[in-house]
Design a protein around this ligand. Sequence first.
Ligand code: PLP
Length: 377
Amino acid sequence: MEQDIELRDREEDYININPLQAAGRTYPETRIAIDSYVDGYSVCDWCNGALCKMDKPPIQKFLQSVSEFLDMDYSMLTNGCREAKYAVLHALTKPGDAVVIDGNKHYTTYVACERAGTKIYEVASSGPPEYRIIPGDYEKAFEKVKMETGKFPKLAILTHVDGSYGNVVDAKKVADMCKQYNIPLLLNTAYSSGRMPVDGKAIGADFIAASCHKGWAAGGGNIGLLAVTEPWVKQVFLPSVKYAAKPLEILGCSTRGSSTLALMASFPKVKERVKHWDKEVENARWLSGQLEGIGIRQLGVKPTEHDLNFYESDVLYRISETHKKKNFYLYSELKDRGIVGIKAGLTKNFKFSAYGKTREQVEHIAWAFKDIVEKYG
Ligand SMILES: *Cc1c(COP(=O)(O)O)cnc(C)c1O
């Protein structure tokens, strides 16, 4: 190859524990779909005017199934979770309006608010070691906004599960509070939907944003979903005045290629796997217990309720002080044992996920950490 592009080899030959990638990993049938739709504008062969209304491939029907799966009323494809969040912000707010978000938010929540020009109020977490978001603090934030700006916020955004500690927030409690104040709630499910059951109506969310290359086993590029309840359809799915088939907030059509087909191809597997969420949590708890046993401490809510976990480790850090590979030893020792996915260079603080791994693989991960500590500790 003229440009030196190395072939990527992760899922094929290693146990990949990078939390960003664990639930985005594609299935064999997904890879076939991606391959066959890999060329530009591949979903447009039978275009009937709008991506989300397409019958061939059956995107419209698929989106109806997604709405049922999330127990919401309407869904549309976006280029990612961040684009879904921005779509809601852009449709609902004007520059200068206030929005309440949580302290464990992903940077893209903040950036989406910035781009929309909103005033940002943050609900702080409880801090170390658990970093909990307390649902009741949303109410305090609403009152604070009212005091300082004279109006209640236009929108509340909650990170259902955050990407740092894997804390699962009681979203229903936040939604109940939002209802009392008549403030719509956007639930960011980047780390929840597609992995664990998410029922929009039971929670009471007005909007659900999802990251499908992260949580719905969809590769082939970037893709997300925005699901909304009936009362918001008009505002959020508002079409162009001149091009009546084209929703403004996704600039007409969003994911126009293989990622859409990847998402559709993985969907049957995703629907099935959320039913086994308890197994994933059980594995994560077992791993956390094993690591705590050798002095690697889990932060965030304990016992953990999610596959993504954050660890703090003096024992692994101390080894780096004398190891000839310095702080890169952990990456290399894990790789020697068939495991990748913890950022090269980290030893003291790191996060990982064993999502979708077999019990045997989960046990192998625990063994690898123990073996490294025994070898050098
Ligand atoms: C990964 C992540 C995002 C961003 O998702 P994209 O689909 O890449 O935009 C947003 N929020 C949280 C909590 C995340 O973990």
